[in-house]
Design a binder for this molecule. Structure first.
Ligand code: PEP
Ligand code: MG
Length: 887
């Protein structure tokens, strides 16, 4: 039988930092910190496999676990010279969750476990502080009732209010010892009333139920949501960490804090953290009291220990260096000072913004801690988007009315209307509004709302409060602890700087300065820093996949080039037809009743297309541009409401009834499987002719101006080789015809290829390759057709599929490597069996998704193509794929 419980302490340490999957991040690091000699209170970790067993056996703790736990409790008692339930010097423990991936505040924690009617006296004796002991006991009954037995927190609050009234206290801290003793009795009564059981007095029984409660918390809604939003999959469950308690709330010579070994927002190499004197760990993270910066710690003195702050600060700095030397990465730590003695409670890899990730990676290479490859592997590619987003312009900021200043918790420039609850934020964001979620503080319950909001603003809480940590992890703009703002959640308004703003008002948040501004402040494009360029250079040196972009305007093409695109992998020509001056001719073409009229309308579109292509070829300066011929079903270009139909009829001199009839005729029951893609050119070859003519004329015009244009013609939605053969011939004829008409006798090298978007095209790729100079996988359509999910209405049921784990992720965002991936792999292999040098790319949305890019690398694609803002992501992801899988 596999070992279920791993001890860490001076006696022995069973685990190590590499065992994150088994011991969870927290457990593995507690073992590791203990091994490298840091002051960690001893304890033990119950593995994630036990959590798995718990669920597999229908929510039952496995037989034999209790014995193993009890054995470890004995070792712990011996090491500390304390005993569970003792009336002199009792052993007390905390019980915490900890999965392999960090889920801040998502799962349950129980503190002070082991207290009962006897050991509370022991704790009072051992600490010489009776008030403290009863305060700890009442916290345990409350937390235990709440977390383990699901007794509503409000019942405990009610009991506390009565006691406060009785003792004329307004604050918890003003309640005298007597009052706390009464409170423990009152809490036990609340407990009994709601659970029909006495509060368990046997510490081992308390422990067993607490362990089970942590396992249960793995599947509660907020934890499941968080994993879904973060894309955390494939974990066995949570581990349970049982650790001997140390107290930060034993008086003014005690405290607790959290810190980062470097600034997690900017990456600056500066010890960065916060602490609270006389407080328990959760107080800092929950954002209830606003903590002080760690840099202020040296000023902390007590009458009997004048250098307490200086000593602890010095020791923390030494630990910081030791941790960074050991882990070679930024660490996020939790510490507690009990009567002047420092203890480490946790270390984990620090979550950071993209800006910090880039700076830290480059700095650590400079410091010789890591090499370039490691640095590259440390950059979460998706986060780079944060660096490419606009920031507030200097001019915008100059005129802005600053309402308040909070902490710069997570950088970014966000604006939106005020939303006061997570539910409201989700609803309004879904309805297309930009909202800023405004809360006193956030809790794990708010994650859906935080994820929907453009930015997050809190009025209490520090840089390490829940809102700050989660927002930073997501790269969402957040200003925390803006204490001047008073929030009226019920009235849906805030008061600040003498003003009242309601849910209808817009504010702007500067996550880099902490400013909260009135109205919408103007933004500007980003400037890419020296470190960013360095990471990109390293990425380009290591990747083997090419990176192109999906772009259909000169402006997008230009931006993508600046981001490092090596060509256009997909120019969707249909987007060009929607502009004001073209849609009319487009509609005229569609509504034409015969070829002659269609050609006349196409004739009008031709110069526009040609001009667009010239602009794009020019912007791409000699880089290849894959132009896809018209793809969407024609009804997409027509108006669907009666009024617009009447207008177009008038403009075209038609009867409204005729327009209506044609719209109805073109209507498709399943628009994405109908008359579209190459099928359009089969029915209306004149559309292909016009588009190819525009491409070739634009190419010739560019050449005459010494602009190196490199178009590639891509035919969409091929399902049989015959379609491609026919349309290729047509395209070649058109190229020759244009050359002749333009009297151009130079060589024009225009590769003609196809998209592989229909499963049949992948299955017969060896035949298709006979007529294709290149393939580009249109994995949007390929996913649609392989799964049989319509792209247009998949969202009606996809959320349920994700909720029930039928699908691990949205297959339209991240390639389904087991299913759709087989078709891609087969398409590449079969295509190259016909044409060894067949160039193959991907241009579906997946071309910008890091895990799909990894797949593309492994199956031997030549390039990926993605939207301009994803180009840097793709460059880094491609380098990571090469480093992980070999070139
Ligand atoms: C695709 O299907 O993957 C593709 C890129 O084409 P579109 O999204 O335009 O259908
Ligand atoms: Mg497609």
């Amino acid at each position: 039988m596999a070992k279920r419980v791993f001890y860490f302490g001076k006696t022995k340490t069973d685990g190590d930092g590499k065992q994150k999957q088994l011991l969870g991040g927290k457990g593995a690091n507690l073992a590791e910190m203990t091994s490298i000699g840091l002051p960690v209170p001893p304890g033990f970790t119950i593995t994630t496999e036990v959590c798995d067993e718990y669920y597999k056996s229908g929510r039952k703790l496995p037989a034999g676990l209790t014995d193993e736990v009890n054995k470890n409790v004995k070792v712990l008692e011996k090491e500390l010279g304390k005993k569970f339930g003792d009336n002199e010097n009792p052993l007390l423990v905390s019980v915490r969750s900890g999965a392999a991936a960090s889920m801040p505040g998502m799962m349950n924690t129980i503190l002070n476990l082991g207290l009962n009617d006897v050991s509370v006296k022991g704790l009072a004796a051992a600490t010489g502080n009776e008030r403290f002991a009863y305060d700890a006991y009442r916290r345990l009954i409350n937390m235990y009732g709440d977390v383990v037995m699901e007794v509503g927190h409000e019942h405990f609050e009610e009991a506390f209010d009565k006691i406060k009234k009785k003792h004329k206290a307004t604050l918890d801290t003003e309640v005298p010892t007597e009052g706390l003793k009464e409170l423990c009795e009152a809490y036990k009564a609340v407990y009994k009333q709601h659970t029909k059981q006495d509060f368990p007095q046997a510490p081992l029984q308390q422990l067993e139920l607490a362990i089970e409660a942590v396992f249960k918390s793995w599947m509660v809604d907020k934890a499941v949501s968080y994993r879904r939003i973060e894309g955390i999959t494939g974990l066995k469950g949570t581990a349970v960490n049982v650790q001997s308690m140390v107290y930060g709330n034993m008086g003014n010579d005690s405290g607790t804090g959290v810190a980062f070994t470097r600034d997690p927002a900017t990456g600056q190499n500066k010890f960065y953290g916060e602490f609270l004197i006389n407080a328990q760990g959760e107080d800092v993270v929950a954002g209830i009291r606003t903590p002080q910066p760690v840099a202020e710690m040296p000023k902390w003195t007590t009458p009997t220990h004048k250098t307490i702050g200086k000593d602890c600060h010095k020791q923390l700095l030494e630990i910081k260096d030791k941790l960074e030397d050991h882990y070679k990465d930024v660490q996020d730590i939790e510490f507690t000072i009990e009567k002047g003695t420092l203890y480490m409670l946790q270390t984990r890899t620090g979550k950071r913004t993209a800006a910090a990730a880039v700076k830290i990676a480059c700095d650590m290479v400079k410091e010789g801690r890591i090499d370039e490859k490691t640095a590259l592997l440390r950059i979460p590619p998706n986060d780079l988007t944060q660096l490419l987003l606009p920031s507030f312009s200097a001019a915008g900021k100059k005129g802005a009315e600053v309402l308040a200043k909070g902490l710069p918790a997570s950088p970014g420039a966000a604006f939106g209307k005020l939303a006061f609850t997570a539910v409201e934020a989700v609803e309004r964001a879904n309805a297309g509004e930009k909202v800023i979620l405004v809360r006193k503080e956030t809790s794990p319950e708010d994650v859906e709302g935080m994820n929907s909001a453009a930015g997050i603003l809190t009025s209490t809480g520090g840089m390490t409060s829940h809102a700050a940590v989660v927002a930073r992890g997501w790269g969402r703009c957040c200003v925390a602890g803006a204490g001047e703002i008073s929030i009226d959640e019920k009235g849906r308004k805030i008061k600040v700087a003498g003003k009242t703003l309601t849910w209808k008002d817009t504010i702007s948040l500067d996550g880099s300065t902490g400013e909260v501004m009135n109205g919408e402040v103007a933004t500007e494009e980003p400037k890419l820093s020296g470190d960013f360029a360095k990471i990109m250079k390293w990425a380009d040196e290591h990747r083997t996949l090419g990176v192109r972009t999906n772009a259909d305007t000169p402006a997008d093409s230009q931006r993508a080039r600046e981001f490092g695109a090596e060509g256009i992998g997909l120019c969707r020509t249909e987007h060009m037809f929607f502009e004001e001056d073209r849609i009319f001719s487009m509609r005229k073409m569609i509504l034409a009743e015969n070829e002659k009229n269609r050609r006349a309308a196409l004739e009008k579109l031709l110069p526009h297309q040609r001009k667009d292509f010239e602009g794009i070829f020019k912007a791409m300066k000699g880089l290849p541009v894959t132009v896809r011929l018209l793809d969407p079903p024609l009804h997409e270009f027509l108006p669907h409401d009666g009024k617009a139909q009447t207008e177009i009829a008038k403009e075209l001199g038609l009867k409204p009834a005729d327009v209506k009839h044609r719209v109805a005729q073109l209507h498709e029951a399943n628009p994405m499987l109908g008359h579209r893609g190459c099928r359009l050119s089969i029915t209306y070859p004149e559309i292909l002719e016009m588009q190819v003519t525009a491409i070739v004329e634009a190419m010739i015009n560019c050449k005459k101006k010494n602009i190196d244009a490199k178009p590639e013609i891509m035919i969409p939605l091929i399902g049989t080789v015959e379609e491609l053969k026919l349309l290729r011939e047509k395209a070649e004829e058109t190229i020759e015809a244009v050359k002749k008409a333009k009297k151009y006798d130079g060589k024009l090298d225009i590769p003609i290829g196809t998209m592989i978007e229909i499963p049949r095209a992948a299955l017969t790729a060896d035949q298709v390759a006979e007529y294709a100079d290149f393939f580009s996988f249109g994995t949007n359509d390929l996913t649609q057709m392989t799964f049989g999910y319509s792209r247009d209405d998949v969202n009606t049921f996809l959320p349920d599929y994700l909720k029930h784990d039928i699908l691990p992720v949205d297959p339209f965002q991240s390639l389904d490597q087991t299913g759709v991936g087989q078709l891609v792999a087969m398409g590449v292999e079969k295509g190259r069996s016909t044409r060894k040098d067949l160039k193959v790319g991907i241009c579906g949305e997946h071309g910008g998704d890091p895990s799909s890019i990894d797949f593309c690398h492994r199956v031997g694609l030549n390039y990926v193509s993605c939207s301009p803002f994803r180009v840097p992501i793709a460059r880094v992801a491609a380098a990571q794929a090469a480093l992980k899988n070999g070139k």
